[in-house]
Design a protein. Structure first.
Ligand SMILES: [Zn+2]
Length: 111
């Protein structure tokens, strides 16, 4: 099992795949955190999230388009697809333009 903090970017990817998988949509960190917060360590707050969104930007999944105080709006670079990683056995979610590499940092196997 991967630890809960390492799983947060993977959970954000899943939320985007399931609820926000449209390149014309704008969505916010607040919206995603509202969905995420029931599943993560309760000591984590919205203020802990920027590092995870930055990672997802660096990975090439999403890009920031606007900011208003702590609310950040994002858009996807491309549609997100679901895969099953044959190495770590997780269901994972990758944008179509991202490298075909497992986003589980403890795995990183080619997909
Ligand atoms: Zn994997």
């Amino acid at each position: 099992m991967i630890n809960s903090v390492a799983s947060i970017p993977l959970q954000i990817r899943k939320i985007i795949y399931e609820k926000l998988n449209d390149t014309s949509l704008r969505f916010t960190n607040d919206e995603i955190f509202e969905i995420l917060k029931g599943n993560i360590d309760q000591s984590l707050t919205i203020d802990d999230m920027p590092q995870f969104f930055k990672q997802l930007h660096d990975d090439g999944l999403l890009r920031p388009i606007a900011q208003d105080f702590t609310t950040q709006w994002y858009k996807l670079f491309a549609e997100v697809e679901q895969f099953k990683c044959n190495s770590c056995n997780l269901e994972i979610h990758l944008g179509k333009l991202e490298p075909r590499v497992c986003p589980n940092l403890e795995c990183k196997s080619p997909i």
